[in-house]
Design a protein around this ligand. Structure first.
Ligand code: PBG
Length: 334
């Protein structure tokens, strides 16, 4: 029996895989994916990679296993590799972050020597992995006697850290500390040191999120307390538009929204409000959720990985930081 709408049938375009592929609006390409990686100083050059319990399949690398991973990233055609350092010694100002012999800067040099320009070598530009108190900046005491993360004193550290990372070979620096004015100060420092070509990937809209839980294990974080005085409140959307506008004004080349899946409305709004590329970070807790459910047989990992990444792209992100970058590239090739 015919019904009134029988001439118009959306299901027609879903009949075959070829038709579905023909009309698919959003695709994933390995070149749009960036792999975050961890390098731990105590593992030395040849230590066995150390599994991260809360992120099954993700490890802390030694220097040599990191270099092999970077080769795999380049060979898979990924857009980039984002390095996080786990130093042996930490202090109040995060000295290891600006030391050319510090674990992150040495890792940058080793990775850049291995891959050249075959993929983009990136570094997290933040002090939290290097400070003994675990905050993203340096601390001071405000007039009322409160211990606070000192915005402007932190900017000086970030400026030095940016230059150290550029010297070590970073194509891209990723300031993730949410200090006011960080993008402008970093841009100026890079330019003054002759690194006008180094790209600033700004973690512009970064929320104070429970989804960073597993990352704290990954970097052996010493943080007690929270980051609520610098990272954004999860109830806010307009604030993200303000943050990205400020970062673009200060010279951000790419802006980022983080986490990704719980903040797709922010990804969408940001992508409509700026004309620079928008990146999103599928963070450790997003990864851990998928892994836990997949390990229980409750969801199909491969489907969910591609579905979440496609959703993040559909929301307006042109690139994605994801611990699944290599895995997804394999799925896309298959
Ligand atoms: C700060 C930083 C964090 C993450 C990336 N950069 C931790 C934080 O802000 O507490 C989290 C990434 C993840 O959870 O995967 N250097």
């Amino acid at each position: 029996m015919a019904w009134a709408g029988s001439r118009i049938r959306p299901r027609r375009l879903r009949t075959t895989p070829a038709l579905r592929a023909l009309v698919r609006e959003t695709r994933l390409d390995p070149a749009q994916l960036i792999l975050p990686v961890f390098v731990a100083e105590d593992l030395g050059d040849d230590g066995e990679p150390r599994p991260i319990t809360s992120m099954p399949g993700v490890v802390q690398h030694s220097m040599n296993s990191l270099v092999r991973e970077a080769r795999a990233v380049a060979d898979a055609g990924l857009g980039g590799i984002m390095l996080f350092g786990v130093p042996v010694a930490k202090d109040a100002v995060g000295s290891g972050a600006t030391d050319s012999d510090g674990v992150l800067n040495r890792a940058l040099a080793a990775v850049r020597a291995e891959v050249g320009d075959a993929t983009s070598v990136m570094a997290d530009l933040c002090l939290d992995e290097f400070t003994d108190h675990g905050h993203c900046g340096v601390l001071s005491t405000d007039p009322s006697g409160r211990t606070v993360v000192d915005n402007d004193a932190t900017l000086e550290r970030y400026a030095d850290m940016a230059v150290a990372q550029a010297r070590a070979g970073a194509h891209v620096v990723g300031p993730s500390g949410m200090m006011d004015g960080q993008i402008g100060v970093i841009r100026d420092a890079l330019d003054a040191a002759g690194h006008a070509d180094v790209v600033v990937l700004a973690y512009s809209a970064k929320y104070a999120s429970g989804f960073y839980g597993p990352f704290r294990e990954a970097v052996a974080s010493t943080l007690t307390g929270d980051r609520n005085t610098y990272q954004q409140d999860s109830g806010n959307l307009r604030e993200s538009l303000r943050e990205v506008a400020l970062d673009v004004e200060q010279g951000a080349d790419i802006v980022m929204v983080k986490p990704a899946l719980p903040y797709l409305d922010v990804v969408r709004a940001v992508s409509e409000s700026v004309d620079v590329p928008v990146c999103a970070y599928q963070v450790s807790g997003e990864y851990a959720q998928i892994e836990a459910a997949a390990a229980n047989g409750w969801i199909d990992r491969d489907r969910v990985v591609l579905e979440t990444l496609t959703s993040i792209r559909r929301a307006g992100a042109s690139s994605i930081l994801t611990y699944y970058a290599l895995y997804a590239a394999q799925l896309l090739r298959a």
